[in-house]
Design a binder for this molecule. Sequence first.
Ligand code: IVH
Length: 680
Amino acid sequence: MTASSAADRIAELRAEIDRHNYRYYVLDDPEVPDAEYDRLFRDLQALEHQYPELLDAASPTQRVGGKALDRFAPVRHRVPMLSIRTETDIGPGGARAFDAQVRRELGLGEADPPVEYAGELKFDGLAISLRYEGGRLVQAATRGDGETGEDVTQNARTIRAIPLRLRGAAPEVLEVRGEVYMSRADFERYNARQRAAGSPPLTNPRNGAAGSIRQLDPSVTATRPLSFFAYGVGEIKGWDAPATHAEMVRALVDWGLPVSRERALARGAEGLSAFHQAIAAKRDSLPFDIDGVVYKVNRLDWQRQLGFRTREPRWAVAHKYPAQEELTVVEAIEVQVGRTGAITPVARLKPVFVGGVTVTNATLHNADEIARKDVRVGDTVQVRRAGDVIPEVVGVVLERRPPDARPFAMPKTCPVCGSPIARPEGEAVARCAGGWQCRAQRKEAIRHFASRRALDIEGLGDKVIEQLVERERVRDPADLFSLDAAAVAELERMGAKSASKLIDALERAKSTSLARLLYALGIRGVGESTASTLAEHFGALDALMVAEPSRLQQIPDVGPVAAAAIQAFFSEPLNQKLIARLRAAGVVWSEAAQPRTADRSLAGKTVVLTGGLESLSRDEATARLRALGAKVAGSVSKKTDYVVAGRDAGSKLDKARELGVTVLDEAGLLSVLAGQALSR
Ligand code: IVH
């Protein structure tokens, strides 16, 4: 390749990678799989390595690289970064008060139409200002005191959602104002990795974002999964501003800046209240933390007319939601035993209202975490509950520690079965060695075996399992099938009628599929999707039971750890006996030699089903989609290709629309199953 054709190819690769970043971070609609993106990236790196004279700071390969700093240089904001007034009345009264004040200050009368507002989320991260000159990112600064912030350019460059170059015709100068944040999933994943490595986790996504952007060493920031949303502008030169905030935000999107889709125009106080309520209802299902909503007068001329009062604009207000972190007292620390024997310490709390619910227990994860946070019985702690994540103790208020606060000691033996508790070298989790001997593990295993996605035994709830295991009626899942109606009817809160219903359900559950059975067995590392891949590849249980780890690892989704766990499970004589007893009890599963059909038209596609279907059951739909090669997932993400929305589809459908995922109705699903190709 000549130097000039290398320059062309480099420009082409940069443009293509920038475009994929835009589709991923701004449109939420990636066009190519990660592997393809990685390939382009490596090609570009190789060429740049070969032609170092063609390097450019705005190249997508140049995100990390700066040296660690001694301190951050101060940055004077040319347009100050203001804060927003917080309205304390979170009911409709608060919206009315704000709207009334805006109307009064604009001199509007009763006859004038309602004021239009831009409703946005109030992101819970750290404010940042990004300065683009000639379309290139030249500086990033924190808010600081609003007048002077800190230069965090090197760190901001590591955030892939922040473009290094703007798209299209960019103004001469553009300062973008927005929020650096960490999504809840990224926060959880990062912390899980930290805990597994015995390293300190982040306290909450907000601190995660704020702390990461203020790291002196940009290579540390680069390891933190940060994201960014734009919500406004500072200085602009060389651009005719539009008439409204909404149009200005739209221009940001076109320049390649990520803006949350959860924004809407609202008319008058009623519109504001409706927006507030709509967002409150979906707060838990948003992928990131918010602490409220922000209302902004949409007309920019009116914003200028309203102006500022001290450091707050008169044209914007924040409306908060109940806090997702509160203080309460640890009354006891107990341990729970999970299905695989994992011992989880749990704090019993003085009831506290947080994140919209009353919380009485919070996980403490493991012994290292307790030691690191130094949580003691009697301590006042900060409790966090955000989204559907289980409540968590994030820290101790040491000033409030009573003199008699007791440190926690991990018990040496299982509180349920008395077996030793051991913590394998290098692992964070301690486990009860009791296995099937431990009632807690038995209960959890049976609960899992009977769960909807496993053998789906209707009527076998926690209370029933509890009694069956306590009375030694059921020692393992196979025992379930030898229960008779009379024995079941003896249980508390069980009449003859519900007993016979349960027996019927057990009878029905006996005919199942290999995939469900594999999932039901609760082998470590074998979730629903791996179970169905295994079933598909092996066809028959006997073949899987003798498979070597090397053979298992050839299957997608099965890594060395899962392969070893599968082999260990089936080599265990007790498990072999369990399977023999299930067979003897009449449990049958379809063992089509190869359920794969020739038609793999959905290979590589991920489908999510939501809502009720009329002409087929959800399980049937799942099985048929899988037979065509699709992966059927439980939740909607950027990786989802199709969402099938049946009757009363709920939040998954909303999510699909939000992410721009193709939505099919039942008729669409049927035509796909009938072999009609889909076009995206
Ligand atoms: S606009 C002139 N919009 O809230 C108004 N701020 O008190 C300037 N924030 O830390 C701010 N979400 O980072 C605006 N949609 C949003 C926001 C937002 C979060 C933060 C901002 C700052 C604080 C302002």
